[in-house]
Design a protein around this ligand. Sequence first.
Ligand code: UD1
Length: 315
Amino acid sequence: MAKYLVTGVAGFIGRSIAAALLARGETVRGIDSFITGKRSNLIGLEAMEFIEGDLADPAACAKACAGVEIVFHEAALASVPRSVADPVGTNVNCVDATLNLLVAARDAGVRRIVYAGSSSAYGDTPTLPKDESMLPNPISPYAVAKLAGEHYMRVFALVYGLETVVLRYFNVFGPHQDPTSHYSGVLAIFCRRMLAGEQPAIYGDGEQSRDFTYIDNVVQANLLAAAAPAEKVSGQMMNLATGVRITLNQTFEILCELTGYKGKPAYAESRAGDIKDSLADISMARNLLGYEPIVDFREGLRRTVEWYGTQSAEA
Ligand code: UD1
């Protein structure tokens, strides 16, 4: 019987958490519907019990939660523009799915759920860095959906005594992130294109900034959130980032060095639902979890480029 459940395990964050748990010798179950997850992300996770299922289906949630102690809830349709194109689909796969999972977890006697929140909850307010006391101001259907999940987490801790911890992720990147969709994260797209010698597109003037967070930092924080004392973390929401922001133009320059790309970016129209700047205050995660970023942006990008390089070499 698995102790841990990872939802969205065929996505890049879910598979990275599952791999870290397996490396520690833990028993792990994973679930994925393959709406955006990739079967190739399950390579290396053979020791895990896998369920193909959709959290929008309550029966799949019940099956996934049976006998589990701790859940990492990473499943989502993780894209702002996708939610602009299909707000109902985002709601079903983020809000309905999260509520179904919470109900199933409560009924199965799960002890704790660690939830992947999103920095998009802060919206486009000018104050930087963003800290957790700020009022949320979502400006895309995706941000609304991820924020609704946060509220459900807090309320299930309050009303049903389920231990819940929300980590508000800031632009996570790293190996295994899907670079093939136009809904993919910008760094995955840039790495793939620039390694192939293809011109990347920057939407807007490239002066928008993000607190890009390397995957190893996210995995570390999740493991800390699973182990932290309930009286300290249950019902809490905290930022998960590196506390450093970088513009897309700067990112492009670093990627030119790392990939050997010699061209210029193509500047295109800004994207609907986009925010200008994003930067986290990470003192709450430091205080409550003992979290400290272990891999900085540049090193993370170097490792990421290296990984995409091996992928294209194999393709
Ligand atoms: C948002 C959320 C993040 C969430 C993610 C899910 C914020 C601050 N962040 O990220 O928490 O996990 O959605 O997808 O709201 N861009 C280009 N060229 C491209 C692709 C993107 O210039 O080819 C630009 C976008 O217009 C945007 C920036 O790069 O300005 C980052 O885009 P993306 O990687 O999609 O992430 P966010 O939308 O910032």
